[in-house]
Design a protein around this ligand. Structure first.
Ligand code: SAM
Length: 347
């Protein structure tokens, strides 16, 4: 049975003021992890034997819709659904269809998602129909065996079919790849050629010390400053001011004509322009990806039908948004900088 979501327009906000943090940064970008579950087990992201949240702790699709809409009412212009894997959540299309009303009304500039691509052949058309125009798909390698080794459970062919389906449906696809020392280190140029050849942007991401993964992260860490240096020895990299609302810094590669982004939480701190917050599927608001401080939005959401308590909790939480994070990957300090996994907060 498909759950029907109430598609009320955004209510006249009880707290119409935009959300501005103590450092004057306006929060216009919300990332929502709609599930902590995933059909892959990427080695840098999860341990193989993850324990997932009991269903009762997870917000219903209706609650997620209300929560997102409360942020839209406060000036959030970009909404990204992530996870876990957002497209494995049951009936996720009903949430996306419902949130699409904010795109149609002009309240949202962008409704988008980050996905591993495994379900895209099934959902690409519907996504496009609900107002999604761009998606990020995570692909760290084009070698099927390596892909299986990194994701533990994934099939590269299925993901590539999904990407083609998304492009055929008219979605702009950006590929995200985590740069992994000794794993895809020798393949970065191939990833650039492939993405740019298919009309896609590529963004490279440094591994971040989030959550126990049952291994040593220092083995995986590959600084993007080094990757950039190597690429620059071969190609002409031209800094460009292109922005997608996220933390990536982009270059254009003259020889391919394509865009390449770098997300460098470790080698270059990007906090000064941070405009985003993250909500987990249990309604926990993290004001910073790299800090433990959080606020529970589920209790105020469930405490009343109106949004006043929820809006007050959002305002209070944002007043605690820190100036930035301080990730360190250090051999001596083997603990992750932040104990929760990326699949909890949503990458
Ligand atoms: N399942 C979706 C996917 O695969 O894109 C969405 C969730 S996933 C957590 C989002 C992104 O975070 C992926 O690109 C993934 O590679 C990245 N990621 C996960 N753990 C990471 C870590 N520790 N450091 C850097 N990136 C990470």
């Amino acid at each position: 049975m498909v759950t029907q979501i109430d598609r009320r327009p955004v209510e006249a906000p009880a707290h119409p003021a935009p959300i501005v943090d103590p450092f004057g940064r306006e929060i216009t970008y919300l990332r929502v992890s709609v599930t902590d579950r995933c059909d892959f087990r990427c080695v840098y992201c999860m341990a193989e034997d993850m324990t997932f949240l009991p269903k009762r702790d997870v917000l219903s699709l209706e609650e997620l819709d209300r929560l997102c809409s409360a942020f839209v009412a406060r000036g959030v212009r970009k909404l990204r659904l992530t996870g876990g894997e957002p497209l494995v959540r049951k009936n996720i299309m009903s949430l996306i269809a419902s949130l699409g009303r904010h795109v149609a009304s002009g309240a949202l500039d962008e409704l988008t998602l980050t996905t591993n691509g495994s379900q895209l052949t099934r959902y690409a058309g519907e996504l496009a129909g609900h107002g999604v125009r761009r998606i990020n798909v995570s692909v760290d390698t084009l070698d099927p065996e390596k892909f299986r080794a990194i994701t533990r459970w994934g099939e590269l062919d299925k993901v590539l079919d999904g990407i083609r389906a998304a492009q055929s449906a008219g979605l702009h696809v950006k590929i995200n790849a985590v740069a992994l020392r000794g794993v895809n280190e020798g393949e970065i140029e191939d990833l650039v050629r492939w993405t740019h050849g298919e009309g896609m942007d590529l963004t490279l991401i440094e591994t971040m010390p989030l959550g126990e993964i049952g291994g040593d992260r220092t083995d995986q860490y590959l600084p993007l400053s080094l990757v950039r240096e190597r690429l620059a020895a071969r190609w002409t990299l031209e800094d460009i001011p292109y922005k997608t609302g996220g933390p990536a810094r982009y270059v254009r590669i003259a020889e391919t004509g394509g865009r390449l982004g770098f997300i460098t939480p470790l080698t270059h701190n990007f906090c000064e322009s941070c405009n985003r917050v993250r909500v987990t599927c249990t309604g926990t608001l993290f004001m910073c990806l790299g800090q433990e401080d959080a606020a529970d939005l589920r209790a105020p959401l469930r405490a009343s039908e109106g949004d006043e308590l929820l809006q007050a909790a959002i305002t209070e939480a944002i007043s605690r948004k820190p100036k930035g994070h301080d990730f360190v990957i250090d051999r001596r300090q083997r603990q992750p900088a932040v104990s929760r996994h990326m699949s909890v907060t949503g990458g």
